[in-house]
Design a protein around this ligand. Structure first.
Ligand code: C2O
Ligand code: CU
Length: 475
């Protein structure tokens, strides 16, 4: 069951019965009608949803089914269209995409279009932007797919993302700023057979809680790491021809894993982060947290068979792997593993091709937020509050908003803002890692998309244990 959602629902019912109103209650009571005055000013209506005829219409059914991460292992997972990862959705920039989701699960679900600044009503956050879709029901998400970029879609209910409800969404640019001859989408994930649970609800991590110490983290009992749904014993092959330029679109669709990525025998030219184009920069590895994406271009000038490898920085599972295979090798020989990295990409290396509008002067509003672990139970907090019992971050349309985060825990938090890109250093992103042990990161965004937007850690377990706030537009 989506216990977080349930808790908030039952809490809301309780509040309605008792008539209690507190700030925390209002934040938790996300189902309240827009326009209600609650002391923070009237809420601003969201952009209307698109009514134009769709250029692409897709049906997705969420249901349980069987996946085979290796030819001789199988497990029951939840999937879109019986595929894991879910089907690649690919459209042209500016196209209207309509997705009809049918819920054949036994519980409620939604889809979130991670990174796409859609109008608020189709953002897919249960009890914040929509009622969750009941078992047996359908819901249609229609939005204009822009700007171009590498995105993904996933369930935003409870821990369903870690059950397999995810897939890539590619919005092709009309004029790419880099040339390439072919491309591959690389969805990197952690593999959890069975039902995900919070440590506090009996997940295996609960028993390990002592080991990491009170402030440390626990990791779900992953059975391996995946590239495009396959364990390293069963790597997918990416065919290339010598002389080609090959674009890889890497998506970290994991629920709790920071990956370091390398391609043996090749330097990567990083061209995009979180879908947004950057000045091309060379690196032999990059690190990305849950929810982040990188596009790279590789020149195929080193014939052979080479592993694309993603190592968990915070786990000890064998690395996720796929194989780059030159046509000339005829498919024989074991692929070579990457050597250790000497030129790892840093955020400071990233320069957005075009910086964000509306954030160049001093901010109109600044939030200083502390990210930390709660005491005792498995709880993660932002400024000491546990979502949904947490105050909204109220902002006004047109503002330049700054959020300064300080991480008072020893583990990284990949923080994601819905509905907006933000400026971080010279990069434009939608998800950014805040390092542990007092790491600090400042993001700036332009309040140009009214509604209620979740701002949260993309470690699914941290999110489910409270590490989220609603950014809310008021007049
Ligand atoms: Cu991938 Cu709240 O998002
Ligand atoms: Cu976190």
């Amino acid at each position: 069951m989506p216990h977080r959602e349930q808790r908030s629902l039952s809490r809301r019912r309780l509040l309605q019965l008792t008539g209690t109103t507190t700030l925390g209650a209002l934040a938790g009571c996300a189902g309240q009608l827009p326009g209600t005055d609650d002391g923070g000013g009237r809420e601003v209506s969201p952009r209307p949803t698109v009514t134009a005829e769709p250029d692409t219409s897709v049906s997705l059914t969420a249901a349980s089914g069987t996946i085979r991460p290796t030819p001789d292992t199988s497990t029951t997972n939840w999937m879109y269209e019986g595929q894991f990862p879910g089907p690649e959705l690919r459209v042209q920039e500016g196209d209207v995409l309509s997705v009809e989701l049918t819920n054949d699960l036994q519980e409620e679900t939604t889809i979130h279009w991670h990174g796409v600044p859609v109008p608020n009503p189709v953002d897919g956050v249960p009890n914040v932007t929509q009622d969750p879709i009941a078992s047996g029901n359908t819901f249609t998400y229609t939005f204009r797919a822009e700007p171009a970029g590498t995105y993904f879609y996933h369930s935003h209910v409870g821990l369903q993302l870690d059950r397999g409800l995810l897939g890539p969404l590619i919005v092709e640019e009309r004029e790419p700023h880099v040339e390439y001859d072919r491309e591959y989408v690389v969805v990197v994930d952690d593999y959890l057979p069975g039902e995900p649970k919070l440590p506090s609800d009996g997940g295996r991590g609960g028993g390990m809680g002592g080991r990491g110490g009170m402030m440390g983290d626990v990791r779900p009992p992953y059975e391996g790491l995946l590239i495009n749904g396959r364990l390293p014993e069963n790597p997918q092959t990416f065919d290339v021809t010598e002389g080609e330029r090959v674009r890889f679109r890497f998506v970290n669709a994991s629920s709790a894993t920071v990956f370091g990525v390398r391609i043996a025998g090749h330097e990567m030219t990083v061209t995009h982060t979180d879908g947004r184009p950057v000045e091309p920069v060379d690196a032999d590895s990059f690190v990305f947290g849950a929810g982040e994406r990188y596009d790279v271009v590789v020149e195929a000038t080193n014939p052979g068979r080479w592993f694309v490898q993603a190592d968990a920085l915070d786990g000890n599972e064998p690395p996720a792997r796929a194989a780059v295979e030159y046509e000339s090798t005829g498919g024989s020989g074991t692929p070579q593993t990457p050597s250790s990295s000497s030129n790892r990409l840093q955020y400071g290396d990233l320069r957005a091709l075009s910086s964000l509008d509306g954030v160049s002067d001093d901010p109109d509003r600044t939030f200083d937020l502390t990210l930390s672990r709660g005491r005792g139970e498995y709880v993660w907090t932002i400024d000491g509050q546990t979502y949904p019992d947490a105050d909204p971050l109220n902002i006004r349309p047109g503002e330049h908003v700054r959020i300064r985060m300080t991480n008072q825990s020893p583990v990284v938090h990949p923080m994601h803002l819905h509905g907006h890109f933000f400026q971080v250093g010279n990069a434009v992103k939608d998800t950014v890692i805040v390092p542990g042990h007092r790491g600090q990161v400042t993001i700036d965004f332009h309040a140009d998309n009214p509604g209620r937007w979740l701002f949260h850690c993309h470690n699914l377990y941290h999110l489910d244990a409270g590490m989220a706030r609603v950014v809310r537009y008021v007049e």
